[in-house]
Design a protein around this ligand. Structure first.
Ligand SMILES: [Zn+2]
Length: 149
């Protein structure tokens, strides 16, 4: 509900009277609805309907904002919809300034580690298993062996 209320019945309010062609005191005769009342001009006794000005606060409160928008950004690196190049760029920018470990089958690589493969170039470990690692290179994801004696 709006905070505007009708003046009590029998109370006067200053209102434009078309018949008198000016603002006149009008006596409230009765409330018609919660926002309109029957009023009578104190001068010419003409009866008219007084309606509370619309404020827009009575409009249905349909708009409700959900605060779920922020969480999507946190998953950007894991998004499967993202292109390979985009994923590689994310790893690349996250590992900016990090030293690339030369890849070796005897090495032991951990997730997110930056490595340098003789043939494939710079790559980033996206998943590490006990004997192999999934590594994203600029062109594609490759599974490499590691932890071998
Ligand atoms: Zn009047």
């Amino acid at each position: 509900m709006s905070n505007l209320t009708l003046p009590p019945v029998a109370k006067s309010l200053y209102y434009m009277c078309k018949k008198c062609e000016g603002e006149r005191f009008h006596r409230v005769l009765a409330h018609k609805t919660s926002t309109s009342a029957k009023i009578e001009c104190e001068i010419c006794k003409s009866v008219k309907t007084y309606t509370l000005p619309k404020t827009g606060s009575d409009a249905p409160s349909a708009r409700r904002l959900s605060g779920a928008a922020g969480t999507a950004a946190a998953k950007k690196a894991a998004s499967s919809a993202r292109s390979h190049t985009g994923n590689y760029e994310i790893y690349n920018s996250n590992a900016l300034g990090l030293e690339a470990t030369p890849y070796s089958i005897k090495g032991n690589f951990k997730e997110s580690q930056k490595l340098n493969h003789v043939k494939f170039g710079i790559g980033f470990v996206i998943k590490a298993y006990s004997d192999k690692v999934d590594v994203i290179f600029s062109d594609e994801v490759r599974t490499l062996m590691h932890n071998r004696p």
